[in-house]
Design a protein around this ligand. Sequence first.
Ligand code: GUN
Length: 280
Amino acid sequence: MVILDGKTLAKKIRLSIKKEVNQFKEKGIIPGLAFILVGDNPASQVYVNMKTKACEEVGIYSINHRMPKEINEKELVDVIKMLNDNPMVHGILVQLPLPEHIDEEKIIEAIDYKKDIDGFHPYNMGRLARGNPLFSSCTPLGIMKLLEKYSIDVKGKDVVMVGAGNITGKPMALMLTNAGATVQICHIHTRNLKEKTKVADILISAVGKPGLIKEDMVKEGAVVIDVGISRVEGKVVGDIDFENVSQKVSHITPVPGGVGPMTIAMLLYNTLQSVKLKEQ
Ligand code: GUN
């Protein structure tokens, strides 16, 4: 059994990004990323802090816009418009989730798709769906890089994606389909989940429900990817019952240290892509 070490790969990627960032700086171009955080969701605060730190480490200049949860849609759109027009800003990241009274779709569509380093804008989702991506969502992109690193060819494989969200499940299914996998997406309404997951060559779970994927739901020798991040009794855990599932698989990602660090590395990667798009 091989543990897919996202932490080490992410570190390597960050180092190579740092070099490229320095090359841009030598030419007088400073890569810039703007974060928008609305409200005081503790998990979102942790994520934005981690991403800000990662930017600092590779030399990407970051701006943080923190706004109270009472802000209205127009005020938020105005900030985005200002960042769209700011030539120092190559990427705009609005941390999700947003407060209930704000229409997430409207906000995402307000971002210039050329600065949409999250890959959430319908233009970028559409490009991915057509097999011609510009910016793609960081978590699935990181998973593709991790599979590549360990020479896990997805072509012709049966993949089951548990979770159909816009951030991971849907773009993941598109990337894998583009790469020649046969993909099934399962979600909250899926009947007999076990029947589906049991036949997967590659099983990916992005639900956020600790212990969802048990040993008897996984095929012998499968590749298992855990995108879940939950906190149980002060410990960070994924969706997969790691202790038991790891006994029968060929490859598995740990939580923490698997997909999480890859997501952040891909955010930096996308920001650098945006710089290249604009400046080269
Ligand atoms: N919330 C959870 N994951 C993400 C992400 O990758 N990007 C943003 N902007 N918000 C998120």
